[in-house]
Design a protein around this ligand. Structure first.
Ligand SMILES: Cc1cc2nc3c(=O)[nH]c(=O)nc-3n(C[C@H](O)[C@H](O)[C@H](O)COP(=O)(O)O)c2cc1C
Length: 388
C-alpha cells in the first residue's frame, strides 16, 4: 500500500526504525541494539552465515511462508505455554541453543544466559566450546544439557562426557553437521580470532590456542576447530555414544529424513532439524522446510523420538508454526546473544519473557489451550496455498 501523497509515514508493512523505540517489544528490537554495542568483528561472527548466506536468508523466508489456520470457538481462553521436553517439565517448548564463546558478547557469558534460561524454566544447552567451565554453568541451577562436539581423540570425548555426567547435565546433544566448519566469509575477511580472555574453558588445551592467533586470510576459529574436531564420523560412532551414555541423547543437525530414521534406529531420544543457523552448508535447505518430512519419517517408524527444530526462530509465532508442522519444540540461538549483549542476564531474561508472551498470545489466537494442541493445527505452506 502506498502512503498518501505528501505523507511522511512509511508504507504499511515497511520496517520501523527499531532503535527509536524506547523499550524492546519483540526479539528483533534487540538486534540493532546488540549490533550497536558489539565490536564489528564479533557482530559478524554471531550474525554471519556461511558462503553467500543463502541458507541463512532461506531460514527466515521459509518461516514467513508458513501460514497457520487458526481454530475458533475452541473454548479454551488464554493458553498455557508449559510443556514437556525430553520428559521434563518446561515453561515453554523452547531451549537455548548451544552457542560457543558467550563471553565474547558479555563478561558474564554462559552464566548469565544459563540464569535467564533457569528463570524462564527452559533448558540451557552448554556448548563444548563454552567460555565458562561446565560445572559452573550447571551450578546456576536450571536444566542443563551438554552439547558435544566430537573431538579427534576418543579419550577426550569420553572425558567431556564424564564432565557432563559429573556436573549433573540432564541430556547429551551431539552435533553432527560440523565435519569441518562452514566457510564463514565474514570471519575470513575479518581474520577473526578470539581475544585472550575468552577461552574454551572445558578443553584441556583451550586456554591459549590457535583460535587466539591472527591468521592471514583465515578465521582462526575455523582453523582451531579443524584441528580439534573429528571429520570422519559414522553411524557406528553414534551407536558407541548411545551405549556410552545413560542420559537422553539428542542428535543435532539433521535435514534428511533418512538420517532422522538412522538416528532413531541408533537410539536417539530426540533429533534437532537444523542447518546450524545457516552457518554450515550454504545451499542447505531451510530447517522449517525440511521439518514436515522428518516428522512423517519419525512417525512412520512408530518412534517416540522427539523432533526439535532450530534456525531462524524469532518469535512466538515462529514457535507456533514449528509446532503446527509437527515439532515438539525449538531451540533459539542468536536472539539470546542479542539480549545477553544488550544487558547480560537481564537482557536475555527479557528476550525469553517476550518470546513466552508472544507464544502465549499466538497459541490463544490460534484456539490452542497449550503447545500440544498446536500440533493439530493445519498450515498453508506456499503461495499456491496447498493444504499440508
Ligand atoms: C555464535 C554462534 C555460535 C554457535 N556455536 C555452536 C556450538 O558451539 N555448537 C552447536 O552445536 N551449535 C552452535 N551454533 C548453532 C546454534 O546452536 C543453532 O543451531 C543456531 O544458532 C540456530 O539458529 P538461530 O541463531 O537462527 O536461532 C552456534 C550459533 C551461533 C550463532
Amino acid at each position: 500500500m502506498r502512503p498518501f501523497p505528501g505523507s511522511t509515514a512509511p508504507p504499511v508493512g515497511a520496517a520501523c526504525d527499531r532503535s527509536s523505540v524506547a523499550e524492546p517489544v519483540c526479539l528483533a528490537d534487540f538486534e540493532s541494539r546488540a549490533r550497536a554495542r558489539l565490536p564489528a568483528n564479533v557482530w559478524d561472527y554471531i550474525a554471519g552465515g556461511s558462503g553467500d548466506e543463502t541458507t541463512l536468508a532461506a531460514n527466515r523466508a521459509a518461516f514467513d511462508a508458513v501460514a497457520v489456520l487458526p481454530r475458533v470457538l475452541a473454548g479454551c481462553g488464554v493458553a498455557d505455554t508449559g510443556c514437556r521436553l525430553l520428559g521434563a517439565e518446561a515453561g515453554m517448548p523452547v531451549a537455548v541453543a548451544p552457542m560457543a564463546y558467550q563471553r565474547l558478547v558479555h563478561p558474564d557469558g554462559e552464566l548469565a544466559l544459563a540464569a535467564a534460561a533457569r528463570d524462564a524454566g527452559v533448558p540451557y544447552v552448554a556448548s563444548t566450546l563454552s567460555s565458562v567451565a561446565l560445572a559452573d554453568i550447571a551450578a546456576v541451577g536450571g536444566v542443563t544439557w551438554f552439547q558435544l562436539y566430537w573431538l579427534r581423540q576418543r579419550s577426550a570425548v569420553d572425558e567431556l562426557l564424564a564432565m557432563a555426567e559429573q556436573a549433573g547435565c540432564q541430556a547429551i546433544m551431539v552435533t553432527v553437521d560440523v565435519p569441518v566448519l562452514g566457510r564463514r566469509l565474514r570471519d575470513v575477511r575479518n581474520e577473526f580470532s578470539l581475544p585472550a580472555d575468552v577461552v574454551a574453558a572445558n578443553l584441556a588445551a583451550g586456554g591459549k590456542s590457535t583460535a587466539h592467533s591472527v591468521i592471514g586470510g583465515a578465521s582462526a576459529i575455523a582453523v582451531h576447530t579443524d584441528e580439534l574436531f573429528a571429520p570422519r564420523l559414522g553411524w557406528s560412532d553414534l551407536e558407541w555414544l548411545r551405549a556410552r551414555v545413560d542420559l537422553p541423547l539428542v542428535v543435532k543437525g539433521i535435514l534428511d529424513p533418512r538420517d532422522a530414521v538412522r538416528a532413531v534406529e541408533a537410539g536417539a531420544d530426540a533429533v534437532v532439524v537444523s542447518n546450524h543457523g545457516g552457518r554450515q552448508l550454504d545451499g542447505a535447505a531451510a530447517s522449517v522446510a525440511a521439518l514436515p518430512a522428518i516428522v512423517d519419517a519419525v512417525d512412520a517408524v512408530g518412534s517416540s523420538c522427539e523432533v526439535l527444530l532450530d534456525s531462524g526462530v524469532r518469535s512466538g509465532v515462529d514457535v507456533l508454526r514449528a509446532l503446527a508442522l509437527g515439532a515438539s519444540g525449538v531451540l533459539v540461538g542468536r536472539p539470546l546473544l542479542w539480549g545477553l549483549a544488550v544487558d547480560g542476564a537481564r537482557g536475555a531474561r527479557r528476550v525469553l519473557a517476550l518470546l513466552a508472551d508472544d507464544l502465549r498470545d499466538a497459541l490463544t489466537l490460534a484456539g490452542c489451550a497449550d503447545p500440544a494442541a498446536a500440533r493439530t493445527l493445519a498450515v498453508l505452506r506456499n503461495e499456491r496455498g496447498t493444504r499440508q
